[in-house]
Design a protein around this ligand. Structure first.
Ligand SMILES: [Zn+2]
Length: 508
């Protein structure tokens, strides 16, 4: 009762003493705020989860960029933007930015096996490795079968200027090479040291170098996961393998794999050796060098005649890993993130109050094939990069109960716009950190950071499914937490409204 009277007194006081123009301005601001909160509350997990279900469904066959099924999924995504009145920002008045993008379809019929000699006979028995748990066919493997001795070649690097050659002293012609991923130095070493090794860290380099040395196949110690980001060489077959295959290759050699890797990293001296083990790799694929990729681009125009030339990018990669040969649903990585930016786009579109700056909704293609869609975009930007004020990129946005921002420490002011919305309305636990994708681009945001645009990647975390789910069939609907997507879209929406309307936006 007392409080009501006090409120009434304040109101009466303000009616008497606040000039009419100021009062009208305050009322308009309160009205805008009410509209913004209405749009905020309109973001619903029920809508977002349906988007994830659609994108992760079998009909899009894992969304490998370049394939007809990816195109169908891009069309479906664009149809939502159109329905909500988000304007097209692609070429020729469409929602699509297209770019050259070769791709490889992995067909059923794959194998990794080991020939084991039977004691006191010339016979062998064959040990077959289990699909997915122990091996996955290479996403850009050539089609065919190779049976040969495996030669361990460490990191598979030939770098004369660094005095380092994993192929020195071993013969790999006609053989299978067994290789580690990455490079023997970590991205945490000084930037100039890492820069010298960086070109050798790419999958493409490693495969090409093995091919150039005459190897016929590759057992790639990476995962085993499905990964369409590699070079294609006709007749060169490869598979991703894990600990089971590595252990068998090293068995009886007197060397422990773990120790060998540590020794290479410590001494930067190769430790290659023929394993004496005969493996078979079989993969069936069809390569499409003529492939065309697409990114889906839409924008919400800013309300200020001057500031609308500036743009905030909300990005998430639309593509997945395709067929390997099972469908990779790529549900959390990255259908959830697309759902979140779409949910944010719908709210921005529906809200009668618009940010002063424009917002570009970018569902990039071919991230999984080497961040190719975003690379093409930064070289063919729809909005000038000089006017691109920030990028908020989403990765794996739909599993768990916490928010994570990588490079959030590097761009603390940008992160603070998001965190402010979280602190005020959502109250999720958050974590920020640095990430090596500055040194080694593995996410779309890196392409923008390299151009000097402030950016970060937001993810969710906090759910442990008890098994690997990265780039395999287990990245499916069972991982998804609808509520975290709703909160993330709400956080993005408020942050973008806030950043988009700041008179001065200082993010560096
Ligand atoms: Zn991803």
């Amino acid at each position: 009762m007392k409080r009501q009277r006090t409120a009434a007194l304040i109101l009466a006081f303000s009616l008497i003493f606040v000039p009419a123009a100021v009062a009208a301005d305050q009322a308009a601001k309160a009205d805008d705020q009410a509209k913004i909160l209405e749009a905020f509350h309109g973001i619903s997990s029920h809508v977002l989860i349906e988007i994830v279900k659609e994108l992760a469904s079998d009909k899009y066959e894992g969304r490998l960029t370049g394939t007809p099924s990816f195109d169908a999924c891009a069309e479906w995504t664009a149809s939502l933007l159109k329905k909500w009145g988000v304007k097209p920002a692609g070429g020729d008045g469409s929602y699509f930015q297209t770019f050259p993008n070769p791709y490889t379809i992995v067909l059923p019929d794959c194998e990794v096996s080991l020939r084991l000699p039977l004691k006191n006979t010339k016979d062998t028995i064959t040990k077959y490795y289990r699909y997915e748990d122990e091996f996955m066919p290479g996403g850009t493997s050539g089609s065919g079968e190779i049976t040969a001795e495996a030669v361990y070649v460490g990191y598979g690097i030939t770098a004369p200027e660094l005095g380092y050659d994993d192929y020195k002293g071993v013969e790999v012609k006609g053989k299978i090479v067994l290789m580690e991923r990455e490079i023997p130095v970590s991205p945490d070493v000084p930037r100039d040291v890492f820069a010298k090794w960086r070109p050798y860290s790419f999958h493409q380099y490693k495969l090409e170098n093995a091919f150039a040395h005459g190897a016929k196949g590759l057992l790639y110690n990476y995962g085993p996961i499905c990964n369409p980001n590699n070079a294609y060489r006709e007749g060169f077959v490869y598979a991703h393998i894990g600990d089971a295959v590595v252990a068998d290759a090293f068995a009886g050699s007197g060397k422990k794999h773990e120790d060998v890797v540590k020794a290479i990293e410590k001494t930067l001296k190769p430790m290659s050796f023929p394993t004496g083990k005969t493996f078979t790799i079989r993969t069936a694929t069809v390569h499409h060098p003529e492939g065309i990729g697409r990114s889906v681009l839409g924008f919400v125009e800013g309300s200020d005649p001057n500031l609308k030339d500036e743009v905030i990018v909300l990005a998430a990669h639309l593509d997945g890993q395709g067929l390997c040969p099972a469908v990779m649903p790529s549900a959390n990585d990255n259908a959830t993130s697309v759902a979140v930016i779409l949910g944010t786009a719908e709210a921005l579109s529906r809200c009668p109050v618009k940010p002063k700056r424009s917002v570009l909704i970018a569902a990039f293609g071919a991230e999984e094939q080497g961040v190719a869609g975003s690379e093409y975009y930064v070289n063919h930007p729809v909005f000038p990069l000089a006017k691109t004020v920030a990028i908020i990129n989403l990765e794996a946005a739909g599993s768990g109960d916490k928010f994570d921002a990588t490079i959030g420490q590097g761009y603390a002011k940008l992160w603070d716009y998001l965190d402010k919305a979280n602190r005020t309305y959502l109250h999720r636990v958050t974590e920020t950190g640095e990430n090596s994708f500055i040194a080694r681009p593995r996410q779309d945001v890196a392409r923008f950071l390299w151009k000097g645009i402030p950016g970060l990647t937001v993810s969710s975390f906090g759910f442990d499914p008890g098994r690997p789910t990265y780039h395999n069939t287990h990245d499916n609907m069972s991982l998804i937490t609808p509520e975290i997507m709703e909160d993330m879209a709400r956080m993005l929406f408020l942050a973008v409204m806030d950043m988009g309307s700041a008179d001065v936006l200082e993010l560096r």
